[in-house]
Design a protein around this ligand. Structure first.
Ligand SMILES: CC(=O)N[C@H]1[C@@H](OP(=O)(O)OP(=O)(O)OC[C@H]2O[C@@H](n3ccc(=O)[nH]c3=O)[C@H](O)[C@@H]2O)O[C@H](CO)[C@@H](O)[C@@H]1O
Length: 409
């Protein structure tokens, strides 16, 4: 795309404020902005015009039963043996979603570099690797690990792993790939700029992970390794069990395309996506898209009807992922606080939401699966997400749970 083409595209989509910026730039800076403009999928930006179209009434939401802790306890040996067999045979890979920005934590480094230690260093990335090493030790085989980063944090993430010698993991089994970015807009759909020569771009949500993995050619890597199951998990849960043999085994034995670890929600408004069925398909409704009525609905026994929250730990059949790779995931338009430069080039960091980001979400992949097994885990042993500085789901609460699990820090 050249400068004139960029101007035409911006004009066509009513982005005069960016044209003004572009025209004021020298050649080198203009090049950067033009490249960003060229990368924009305008259908994404324009999706806010259809935001008002609420089709939730077309959705038939029903509860989805989970494999509960008591069932797992009764079958633990059988599940574990099956899982270990698959891991030993090299059929299981793991994908760490680490492209997000630690904004809620006020961290400007990759979230996984967070040091949770008090008496000694213990980084979030390090503990995740320790958790995975438990499985390596149990099975005697390394699990290939793919780490998704973003333009904003890739260099820092790779450097951190190198600097710490991959925390004892065999680096030949670790590969990084970068996810795509999407622009942010104000409430009228105008693109925000984060500096005079750059649009306010941010990672396009964790749902883009498989297409980004393909773009990096790593689907071929998985294929050549004979991977059959892919365990996708979030960076922020320090107790995350990765390639958990029992979970792997239970999913294989169920014959389902997908497994999802869930916990019993501790309150109706807990910030977790909820497993359910939508129009007969396994599905997850994200906390900010859940009506109050559904969130508070209770069964006869008093438990929440939609009481199983996902902890962002999914197992997907590799073949099924390949099959759905070309299908478009729905776009989520999320209100966010977006830093931007004002007309006088001052950087403004808003205290309240000031526009929209566009995200694809991994949970929408679950809906594309024919079936999914929710697998219940105990939150004290497997769910300690670090999302905030203090209070719920924070560094403080995670430290308490590390103690419960006898992990030194
Ligand atoms: C969309 C999604 O899955 N939401 C889940 C997420 O909520 P939550 O609100 O934590 O979701 P976030 O968007 O913050 O991020 C989840 C994970 O995805 C990664 N990420 C995010 C955006 C991005 O563009 N790239 C990227 O890699 C983050 O680094 C993180 O590892 O965890 C909760 C459990 O703690 C679940 O109940 C939610 O269903």
């Amino acid at each position: 795309m050249n400068k004139q083409e960029a101007i035409n595209a911006l004009k066509e989509h009513n982005q005069e404020q960016v044209i003004k910026r572009l025209e004021a730039l020298d050649e080198v800076s203009a090049k950067k902005l033009i490249a960003q403009v060229a990368s924009i999928d305008w259908s994404v930006v324009e999706s806010i015009n259809h935001k008002a179209e609420d089709n939730s009434s077309d959705r038939k939401v029903e509860p989805l039963e989970a494999v509960e802790i008591k069932d797992i306890k009764a079958n633990k040996d059988k599940y574990t043996a099956k899982g270990i067999e698959a891991i030993k045979a090299g059929k299981v890979a793991a994908v760490l979603l680490a492209g997000g920005q630690g904004t809620r934590l006020g961290l400007d480094k990759p979230k996984g570099t967070l040091n949770v230690g008090i008496n000694k260093d213990l980084f979030l990335f390090e503990q995740l690797i320790n958790n995975l090493l438990d499985v390596v030790n149990q099975s005697g085989a390394y699990v290939p690990l793919y780490i998704m980063t973003s333009d904003k944090n890739n260099n820092d993430t790779v450097a951190f792993f190198e600097e710490h010698n991959f925390f004892g993991y065999d680096k030949d089994y670790v590969k990084f790939f970068i996810q795509s970015m999407a622009p942010s807009v104000d409430y009228n759909g105008k693109l925000y700029m984060e500096s005079t020569d750059s649009l306010a771009m941010s990672p396009n949500g964790n749902g883009g992970w498989f297409t980004s993995l393909i773009d990096a050619g790593l689907d071929k890597d998985m294929e050549s390794k004979g991977i059959e199951l892919v365990n996708v998990f979030a960076v922020d849960n320090i107790l995350q069990r990765i390639a958990d043999p029992s979970f792997v085994g239970a999913t294989i034995l169920s014959g389902a395309d997908c497994g999802s670890k869930v916990v019993r929600k501790c309150a109706p408004d807990e910030k977790v996506g909820v497993m359910c069925k939508v129009n007969g398909h396994p599905s997850i409704i994200e906390y900010y898209e859940m009506s109050e009525e559904l969130a508070n609905m209770r069964r006869e026994d008093g438990e929440l009807t939609y009481g199983f929250g996902v902890i962002l730990n999914y197992l997907f059949s590799f073949n099924k992922l390949v099959e759905i790779a070309n299908r478009k995931l729905p776009l989520h338009i999320v209100e966010k606080k977006i830093p931007y430069i004002d007309e006088n080039d001052n950087l403004v960091k808003p205290e309240t939401p000031n526009g929209y980001k566009f995200e694809k979400l991994v949970l929408d992949m679950v809906e594309m699966m024919d079936n999914c097994v929710p697998y219940e885990v105990e939150r004290n042993y497997e769910f300690a997400p670090i999302k905030n500085k203090t209070g719920k789901d924070s560094l403080e609460s995670a430290r308490e749970l590390l103690k419960v699990n006898g992990i030194e820090f």
